[in-house]
Design a protein around this ligand. Structure first.
Ligand code: GRF
Length: 211
């Protein structure tokens, strides 16, 4: 069994997708939020999942919060930490501690559009496609070895909201698959690249689903 700790800040729909996937060999050890009003916490608690809330506003510095967060995470002895809409810039000490065992999902085709407002920016830039990226977390925000990417078309009349909805649907497919691959011990990091062992069939399609 692999222990997974999921960090959220808000509604937690990606967390829900991972939980609902019922991944074999995966225990959701805890869901942790940095905001007391994160809707995903109530959702997880209602399903009997252990939850913790650590309000970042109660800490004097980013370092102090990250230290407490790491202690809270480590109490669950996770094999993998999953950032699922966790809206915090992480300190280098924190990212180093979980190097190679912390994943994030970002709603753009990285390295394009790290940071916020990705859908607006992709439309404004005239992109014909957009998407999402699952990647290992490094010290640099929204960078790190890419596990998988999903692509959607940007229609002529696309709005940030319509694009966000399309991309989110894809996120809910990609993220559980990536967590499963990790739990199966099939991901290996080779510089900026991530290799998936025994890549075939449905897994290959899930690594880069295209429109
Ligand atoms: C998702 O779009 C994710 O890619 C980004 O934040 C959003 C979180 O949504 N990092 P949710 O909380 O998982 O519903």
């Amino acid at each position: 069994m692999k222990n997974i700790v999921i960090l959220i800040s808000g509604r937690g729909s990606n967390m829900q997708a991972i939980v609902d996937a019922g991944l074999p060999g995966v225990t959701i050890a805890a869901v942790i939020a940095n905001r007391p009003d994160a809707a995903g916490i109530a959702w997880a608690a209602a399903r009997g999942i252990t939850t913790r809330v650590l309000d970042h506003k109660a800490y004097a510095s980013r370092e102090a919060f990250d230290e407490q967060l790491a202690d809270t995470i480590d109490a669950f002895t996770p094999d993998l930490v999953v950032l699922a809409g966790f809206m915090r810039i992480l300190t280098p000490g924190f990212t180093a501690r979980y190097e190679g065992r912390m994943l994030n999902i970002h709603p753009s085709l990285l390295p394009a559009f790290p940071g916020l407002h990705t859908h607006e920016r992709a439309i404004e830039a005239g992109c014909k496609v957009a998407g999402c990226t699952v990647h290992f977390v490094t010290a640099e925000l929204d960078h790190g070895p890419v596990v998988s990417q999903g692509v959607v078309n940007i229609a002529d009349d696309e709005t940030p909201d319509s694009l966000a909805a399309k991309v989110l649907e894809l996120e809910h497919q990609l993220y559980p698959a990536a967590v499963r691959w990790f739990a199966e011990g099939r991901l290996s990091i080779d510089g900026a690249r991530v290799r998936l062992a025994d890549l075939a069939g449905a897994d290959a399609a899930m690594m880069v689903p295209a429109p």
